[in-house]
Design a protein around this ligand. Structure first.
Ligand code: AMP
Ligand code: MG
Length: 412
C-alpha cells in the first residue's frame, strides 16, 4: 500500500503544466492561471493622494500653532478627486477630498473634522505630522515590480490589483480539458425511475461541480455501458482532445468491470492501494492519443480512475485530482493550508490507514465529528466543514489538537 504522501508525490511528479496560453480580458479572468508575471508599468497611487476629506496644508505654516492652539488660513483652491491641483500658495490651505491629488508644496492633510470653515477661511484645530493622511505615490505598488507572479490563480482581489496598474488583458494558460465518465450498471440519472437494485448517479453531480470549481473545460460522457468495446471506444475518443480522462467506479480489487482492461489496452495503468480512509483504490495511468498502439512517439492523455463510493470519490478528488489538475494548469502552490484545531470528541479506535474524517467547526472553535464516517454516507460531506487528516494508527482523545483541512481550502 502507498501512503497518501507517496501517491500525491507520484501524481505531481507526472503533472507538468499544459502548453497553450491566451490573452483574455481582465474582467473575464477570474480563477484563470497567469502564464506570465504581471509587472506594473506605473506607481500606485500614481501621485500623492489625500486619504481624507479636509485641507491640504504646509506643516511649516503652522509654526505659531502651539501658542494659539489653532491657526486660521485662507483657502486658496478647491481640489476634487480627478483634478490636477495648482501648487499650494505659501500660507494658505487647499480644500481637498479623498483620492484627490495633493498639491505640490503641501505636506499634510488635516481632516475636516479637525477644522472650522468660515467663508473663504479655515481654522485648523490640529497640528499634523508631515505626511499625515497622505498616501504617498507608489505606496501600494512601485513601477517595474512584479505584482502577480506566473502561476497565480486569479482571485477577485488579484483582478483588482491587475486593474489598478491598468492591465486590460492578462496572459493566462488555457483551461485544463477534462473528460469524465461513470461506470456501473446500477447507475440511474435523476429524472429517471429507479429500478430495483439501482441507485442515482450522485457522483456525476459532485464531480462535475468540483471540476467546474477548478475552472476545467469539461466533456461529460455520462454513464458508459459496462462493456469492453464501449469503454475502449470512449477512452479513444476522449484521449484525442483532453488533458485528463477521469472515471468513477470500478477500480476496487476484484471488480467485474471493464475500465481496467480498457485502459490497459488503450494505454497503461497502475492500480494503487492507498492507505487512506475513505478512498483506498485509485487508478493512475495514460491513454494513447490518436495514434497506433505501437507508435512509441504517440502522445498520451492522463487517466485517473476514482473509486465509486460517493465519499471516497469526493475525498480522493480533493486530495489527489485537485492538486494534479492545478499542477497541469500551471498553479504554483497546490497544497491546501491546514488548521490546528481542538477535537471536541473522542475516537478511541485507531485505524491502520490515514483517515480523512468529516468534521464541523463548532461555535466554541473546536471540531465535532460526523457520527457516521462510512464512505457511502454522502450526508457527512454536506454536514462537515472539512476533513481531519488523522495519521495512521492514531486514536483521538477529546481536547487534543488535530490537523484540519477546511473545505474552503479544497473547494476553490
Ligand atoms: P465501485 O467503485 O464501482 O466498486 O463502487 C463502489 C460503490 O459506489 C458501489 O456501492 C456503487 O454503487 C457506488 N457508486 C459507484 N458509482 C457511483 C456513482 N456514480 N454515484 C453514486 N454511487 C456510485
Ligand atoms: Mg461499480
Amino acid at each position: 500500500m502507498l501512503t497518501t504522501a507517496e501517491a500525491l508525490a507520484t501524481l505531481l511528479s507526472a503533472a507538468s503544466p499544459i502548453d497553450g496560453t491566451e490573452s483574455i480580458a481582465t474582467l473575464e479572468a477570474l480563477n484563470r492561471v497567469l502564464s506570465a508575471d504581471v509587472i506594473s508599468p506605473l506607481d500606485v497611487p500614481p501621485m500623492h493622494t489625500s486619504a481624507m476629506d479636509g485641507y491640504a496644508i504646509r506643516v511649516a505654516d503652522l509654526v505659531d500653532f502651539a501658542a494659539a492652539g489653532n491657526k486660521r488660513l485662507p483657502v486658496s483652491q478647491r481640489i476634487p478627486a480627478g483634478h490636477a491641483p495648482e501648487p499650494l500658495k505659501p500660507g494658505t490651505a487647499a480644500r481637498i477630498f479623498t483620492g484627490a491629488t495633493v498639491p505640490p508644496g503641501a505636506d499634510a492633510i488635516v481632516m475636516q473634522e479637525q477644522t472650522e470653515a468660515t467663508g473663504d477661511q479655515v481654522t485648523i484645530l490640529h497640528s499634523p505630522q508631515p505626511g499625515e493622511w497622505i498616501t504617498a505615490q507608489g505606496a501600494d505598488i512601485r513601477s517595474g515590480s512584479v505584482i502577480l507572479p506566473a502561476g497565480t490563480r486569479l482571485t477577485p482581489q488579484a483582478l483588482g490589483l491587475a486593474a489598478s496598474v491598468g492591465c486590460a488583458t492578462l496572459a493566462v494558460r488555457r483551461r485544463v480539458k477534462v473528460a469524465v465518465f461513470f461506470t456501473g450498471d446500477e447507475l440511474t440519472m435523476p429524472g429517471e425511475p429507479l429500478e430495483p437494485g439501482a441507485i442515482y448517479n450522485s457522483n456525476r453531480f459532485t464531480l462535475r461541480g468540483l471540476l467546474d470549481k477548478l475552472g476545467c473545460d469539461v466533456s461529460d460522457y455520462g454513464i458508459v455501458a459496462d462493456k469492453l468495446d464501449a469503454t475502449r471506444a470512449t477512452l479513444r475518443e476522449a484521449a484525442v482532445a483532453h488533458d485528463l480522462i477521469l472515471t468513477c467506479g470500478g477500480v476496487s480489487v476484484g471488480e467485474e468491470d471493464h475500465v481496467k482492461p480498457a485502459v490497459e489496452a488503450e494505454g497503461r495503468l497502475s492500480m494503487w492501494q492507498i492507505a487512506m480512509k475513505p478512498g483506498k483504490p485509485l487508478a493512475f495511468g495514460a491513454v494513447r492519443r490518436g495514434a497506433a498502439l505501437e507508435e512509441a512517439s504517440a502522445s498520451e492523455t492522463f487517466f485517473i480512475g476514482l473509486p465509486g463510493n460517493p465519499v471516497s470519490s469526493f475525498a480522493t478528488f480533493l486530495l489527489f485530482v485537485r492538486p494534479f489538475i492545478l499542477s497541469l494548469a500551471g498553479v504554483q502552490t497546490v497544497a491546501p493550508r491546514m488548521l490546528s484545531l481542538r477535537a471536541d470528541f473522542t475516537q478511541s479506535k485507531a485505524d491502520r490507514r490515514n483517515e480523512f474524517l468529516r468534521a464541523r467547526i463548532n461555535p466554541a472553535g473546536g471540531l465535532d465529528l460526523f457520527p457516521n464516517q462510512s464512505s457511502a454516507v454522502l450526508t457527512s460531506t454536506v454536514w462537515g466543514d472539512g476533513l481531519i487528516d488523522n495519521p495512521p494508527n492514531h486514536a483521538i482523545s477529546a481536547g487534543e489538537t488535530v490537523r484540519f483541512i477546511p473545505f474552503s481550502e479544497l473547494l476553490n
